[in-house]
Write a protein that binds this ligand. Structure first.
Ligand SMILES: [Fe+2]
Length: 191
């Protein structure tokens, strides 16, 4: 589902600077080098969010801070989308820096847009916390929703098939070994 569709279907109005930032992130994701961190990953998360909102009460809808949630969904993998690991070192580098790299990438563009501090800090905190390092213990509603949506995506079949194809279509033996390592250690179950 595209962002515009989600906004219309749920009558969500985003301030102009936040709309711009969300679409800027999707634009970055459309040039992704990594097949599992592309704009389709974001669109599927928006579809899952739509399914969740459809079953949510009016009260829950009012409690969700949509600027924070949507900015987080759109920006969380922008940094990661710029790389496709080709060896173990680059794989661990992207995994270790996933949260921090993503948070600072968002911060740079949020500052350029003069985004208000409260929204900026909330999004920064959630994105920086979605990597292997968990810095903040307290979870907000937006963080919980975001984590669940992103977790669902880890086992999306289309994503896994695309990733497998990227590893298999390459003649490099080291890339094949890396693919084997990745699937054995990071996507062991339920496949
Ligand atoms: Fe993600």
């Amino acid at each position: 589902m595209q962002l515009e569709e989600l906004l219309q279907q749920n009558k969500i109005t985003l301030p102009e600077d936040i709309r711009l930032l969300c679409f800027q992130a999707i634009d970055f994701m459309s040039k992704a080098k990594d097949p599992i961190h592309d704009r389709k990953h974001i669109f599927r998360m928006l579809s899952d969010l739509q399914a969740l909102l459809k079953n949510s009460s009016e009260i829950t809808m009012k409690k969700i801070n949509f600027p924070v949630l949507l900015l987080t969904i759109c920006w969380h993998d922008v940094w990661r989308s710029g790389f496709f690991p080709t060896n173990l070192i680059s794989l661990f580098f992207t995994l270790l820096w996933d949260g921090i790299g993503g948070a600072f990438k968002f911060l740079y563009f949020a500052n350029k847009e003069n985004l208000n501090n409260s929204t900026k800090n909330s999004v920064f905190r959630i994105i920086s916390d979605h990597g292997v390092f968990r810095l903040f213990v307290k979870e907000s509603l937006e963080q919980k929703i975001f984590f669940d949506l992103d977790f669902l995506e880890e086992y999306n079949l289309i994503r896994i098939v695309n990733l497998k194809a990227r590893f298999l279509n390459n003649k490099s033996r080291s890339l094949l070994r890396l693919g084997k390592f990745y699937f054995e250690h990071f996507l062991k179950k339920p496949y």
